[in-house]
Write a protein that binds this ligand. Structure first.
Ligand SMILES: [Fe+2]
Length: 470
């Protein structure tokens, strides 16, 4: 069965988000529960009162430590408990009964909660840390962290537990999510689009299975995260890490392969472009040589074809022609427009005076001969069009087909108008070339006959831009 890959991608993405939300929810609930159990444990310690060590008088003098506690007691959380302070291995607090003060001392090894899941624990009173498993915090203002849970003891203290497991798991979830989103994005971009999916599909499938396994184990071992249980089972987390690592390796391998291939492709492309440019230049030289051969036969001096090409390309650009095939047709059509003259007898080509009707009929054929020669080159039908129709006139009086107005392709119209201009300005064996101004004044009379007024106006613009006229 063929799977719609985009749907698969979407399904996977939704599954991932749901999984992350569910895991987060489980973490929150289980950690909150165990935090409450912890607080209860603390309250029971206080309630038992089995840690009474001394009765104090008004002077608050602690005989054991030989200290007046009045100065060092941290402010208590309520009227009942006067204060709390700690020593290296005990937590002391003072309770008031009537006028009497009682000193209690709880051994800190009762708080030896070095379970894997617990990172630190703080006891807060009046927003101050009165006791902490991290001694540097004691006396400082309490700052809430992202990875802890807290609940209020019935004695007015706030008991805060920082969870190592929460930190590890949340961090893992975060990394997994970022990595997986990136991974799926990469997969989508480079493999779905390119159709090379089999290998990556397996990796995705494996990742999916691992994530599902972890989800199941969270459900099964929910109790492991509660206070008093055996150390947190981090097996799932390490499995996930291993999976991520292997996927990352896979990802890196694929990416470096891709990079290598891209580099090779890039250099090959650059070489191809260079070779192509060289070939194009050679082509142009050969084609120009062909055109020149006809020019010699025709006694046309100078670079007639090249000049027609240069002006035609400028005019094509002015007319907004951007299509590469059109530009190529204009370029080669302009160079080769008179190639058919190779088939016209020299005495007609070079006749100094006017041609008679019969001779003119023969002369007209150079357009048809030209197209016939070019027709043998595959893909050059547009070039053939330029050559066949470069003597068609706007009013339909041209040859060989007597096309009229827009029936003549714009590419042929362009070469046609430029051919007239270049021919007028060039020297011929029997006359000097005319000035640009004189040529244009002659051409002005041809507007509407040989070419359209719009094309003539645009051609004038080209000449203006190039500094031929002001
Ligand atoms: Fe011609």
């Amino acid at each position: 069965m063929k799977v719609n890959r985009r749907l698969l991608f979407l399904f996977y993405f939704i599954l991932l988000i749901l999984l992350v939300i569910t895991l987060n929810y489980y973490l929150k609930v289980t950690l909150k529960d165990s935090s409450k159990v912890f607080t209860k444990y603390f309250d029971n310690l206080l309630l038992n009162k089995q840690f009474l060590v001394a009765k104090l008088d008004d002077s608050f003098f602690d005989k054991e430590s030989n200290k007046n506690l009045k100065g060092i007691l941290t402010e208590g959380p309520n009227k009942y408990i006067k204060g709390i302070y700690f020593r290296i291995d005990t937590l002391k607090y003072v309770e008031k009964h009537g006028k009497q003060y009682f000193l209690y001392e709880i051994p800190l090894n009762l708080f030896n909660l070095s379970e894997l899941s617990i990172k630190y624990y703080d006891i807060i009173a009046e927003d101050k840390v009165v006791y902490s498993s991290e001694p540097l915090k004691i006396g400082s203002k309490y700052k809430k962290s992202f990875f802890e849970e807290f609940s209020k003891s019935s004695y007015g203290f706030t008991f805060v537990v920082g969870y190592k497991a929460a930190f590890v798991i949340k961090l893992n979830l975060f990394v997994t999510m970022i990595f997986t989103v990136g991974f799926v994005f990469f997969y989508y971009l480079f493999y779905i689009e390119k159709g090379e999916t089999e290998k990556m599909e397996n990796v995705i499938k494996n990742l999916n299975m691992e994530l599902e396994k972890i989800y199941e184990s969270f459900k099964k071992h929910k109790r492991l995260y509660e206070f008093g249980s055996s150390p947190t089972n981090l097996e799932s987390v390490s499995k996930l890490q291993k999976t991520i690592k292997s996927i990352f390796e896979e990802f890196r391998k694929i990416f470096s392969e891709y990079e290598r291939t891209a580099e090779i492709l890039e250099s090959t492309m650059a070489e191809l472009e260079e070779t192509n440019a060289e070939l194009m230049e050679k082509n142009l030289q050969i084609i120009s040589a062909l055109a020149e051969a006809v020019e010699i036969k025709d006694s046309v001096t100078g670079n007639h074809s090249r000049n027609v090409m240069d002006f035609s390309l400028l005019l094509a650009d002015k007319m907004g022609i951007k299509e590469p095939a059109e530009i190529e047709a204009i370029k080669y059509g302009a160079i080769l427009h008179d190639i058919g003259k190779i088939g016209i007898p020299e005495h007609i080509l070079n006749k100094p005076g006017k041609l008679n009707d019969e001779e003119f009929e023969i002369m007209k054929k150079h357009t048809v001969y030209g197209e016939k020669i070019i027709k043998t080159i595959p893909g050059w039908s547009l070039v053939g069009d330029v050559i066949r129709h470069h003597h068609e006139n706007w009013d339909g009086s041209g040859y060989p087909d007597g096309l009229k107005g827009q029936e003549i392709s714009l590419r042929a119209q362009i070469v046609s108008i430029v051919d007239v201009f270049v021919a007028l300005t060039e020297d011929r064996p029997y006359r000097k070339g005319l000035s640009v101004e004189k040529s244009l004044s002659i051409m002005k009379d041809m507007v509407g006959v040989k070419f359209s007024s719009e094309l003539f106006a645009q051609f004038l613009e080209v000449l203006k831009e190039r500094g031929y006229i002001s």
